[in-house]
Design a binder for this molecule. Structure first.
Ligand code: HEC
Length: 127
């Protein structure tokens, strides 16, 4: 009888742990911008996109090394070509697909990928 009550308590505790764990992950996750939302906040290349490159990409994509050059000073000019950006079909842009969370290269987080896609959807401006 007591054992059964203890088992029940243990089950409740474990279930709580599992769901509590998910809820916790959910809360700490970065907000994800919606690239299809026409009223989405304007994404800034200099304050939203280049910091992503600086944190994840410039170990390799520096001036004179692997193309494209993703250092803050050169990233825009380096990306401003149809090789990397396709504003008529943003999701096919190489700067988005290459590091998308489903690829096998270094990856953007889901939130970062959404920012890059939104930036291209909004016209890939040097803003
Ligand atoms: C550990 C080194 C390394 C890091 C970090 C890295 N890359 Fe790369 N990247 C490469 C190499 C090597 C290639 C060339 C081989 C290939 O295409 O996979 C490449 C290729 C690319 C290409 C295709 C270039 C072309 O002209 O075909 C793009 C776009 C790219 N990376 C974007 C990024 C982005 C965005 C990040 C950061 C999220 C990033 N890379 C982080 C090493 C890296």
């Amino acid at each position: 009888m007591i054992m059964k009550a203890l088992k029940n308590l243990l089950s409740i505790f474990l279930i709580g742990l599992i769901f509590g764990g998910c809820a916790y992950n959910w809360i700490v996750e970065e907000p994800v911008i919606d690239p299809t939302d026409p009223n989405a906040e304007e994404v800034s290349f200099s304050s939203d996109i280049t910091p992503i490159f600086a944190s994840k990409c410039t170990a390799c994509h520096t001036t004179g090394n692997q193309m494209p050059d993703l250092t803050s000073a050169n990233a825009y000019n380096s990306l401003n070509s149809s090789r990397y950006i396709n504003t008529s079909d943003p999701a096919s842009s190489l700067i988005y697909t290459k590091a998308s969370p489903t690829g096998n290269h270094v990856q953007y987080s889901e939130a970062e990928a959404a920012l890059v896609l939104t930036w291209i959807t909004q016209g890939a401006q040097n803003n």
